[in-house]
Design a protein around this ligand. Structure first.
Ligand code: HEC
Ligand code: HEC
Length: 225
């Protein structure tokens, strides 16, 4: 094999592996859209969440992870009071959960507004709609360099090199998620209110200083620029 062939082969296997990692299960888009109307009341019509972190972004998250969280809400293993009326088997059957999580996982949120095409007529409504979808996390106060170092040591093995998550392992992405929501989850993990990956993680997370956590959040907030 010459070098170019080898490179092409490596590149195509790499892109294939990445594509394979992000398989979205089949779903009924009509049912997905219908259920989304309920979720949109809090999470936004594109499942983009709110910048204040009150409601997390769901769009583009791993469907298996989303499904697991809904099961945790249903069984009250993860407490989410606002969702109690919506996430029970009567309102959201296991079949519905499969549909809505696949639907939400398939929503792509652009990180930046598209460039204006000078040859096309300006469409203010389309522009406004697009702006609602654009999600780019504002830079979080902290030291992103120190945060990146700590992130690579402590978090990257599971959450991915750039915080993109790992679909097959059901590890959520952190990059592109609202910082204040992530901070609240870290607080919940520290207090033992939310299970992270293992029993010992509450203590592990208490071991990081607030400054270190802020630095990680700062680093993450630069990864979607
Ligand atoms: C009344 C408001 C409300 C509605 C309606 C709602 N949610 Fe939520 N949801 C929340 C809040 C608040 C959180 C964050 C809870 C926390 O801080 O732990 C959340 C968290 C989640 C999470 C966890 C995200 C993560 O990153 O771990 C998932 C998944 C989710 N919601 C799915 C849905 C789906 C699907 C629907 C529609 C069927 C829905 N939600 C409707 C308020 C709502
Ligand atoms: C051994 C693997 C592993 C490591 C290392 C790890 N995580 Fe996680 N993390 C997970 C898994 C798995 C989940 C999902 C837990 C669940 O299903 O509820 C998670 C969830 C989270 C969440 C909640 C995300 C959401 O959308 O609600 C945050 C925040 C988080 N991790 C931060 C971190 C940080 C910061 C580090 C490094 C200091 C870290 N994690 C290291 C495996 C890991």
């Amino acid at each position: 094999m010459n070098k170019i062939v080898l490179f092409c082969w490596l590149f195509s296997s790499l892109t294939l592996a990445m594509a394979e990692d992000r398989v979205i299960p089949d779903f009924d888009p009509d049912i997905g859209e219908e259920i989304m109307e309920i979720c949109a009341g809090c999470h936004g019509i594109y499942a983009q969440g709110t910048p204040d972190g009150e409601y997390p972004r769901l769009a583009g998250l791993n469907p298996a992870y989303l499904e697991r969280q809904i099961i945790l809400f249903k069984t009250r293993k993860r407490i989410n009071i606002p969702m109690i009326p919506y996430a029970n088997d009567h309102e959201l059957s296991p079949e519905d959960v499969k549909n809505i999580t696949a639907y939400i996982a398939s929503i792509e949120l652009p990180r930046h507004m598209s460039k204006l095409d000078p040859n096309k007529e300006f469409d203010p409504l389309a522009r406004l709609e697009e702006s609602k979808k654009v999600t780019n996390i504002p830079h979080y106060p902290g030291d992103p360099k120190a945060g990146g170092k700590l992130y690579r040591q402590e978090c990257a093995s599971c959450h991915g090199r750039k915080g993109e998550g790992k679909w097959k392992k059901r590890v959520p992405m952190l990059t592109g998620q609202h910082s204040d929501y992530l901070l609240r989850q870290i607080e919940n993990i520290r207090k033992g209110k939310r299970f992270h990956d293992s029993e010992d993680d509450a203590e592990l997370f208490r071991g990081y200083t607030d400054e270190e956590i802020a630095n990680i959040l700062a680093w993450l907030s630069y990864q979607d620029d």
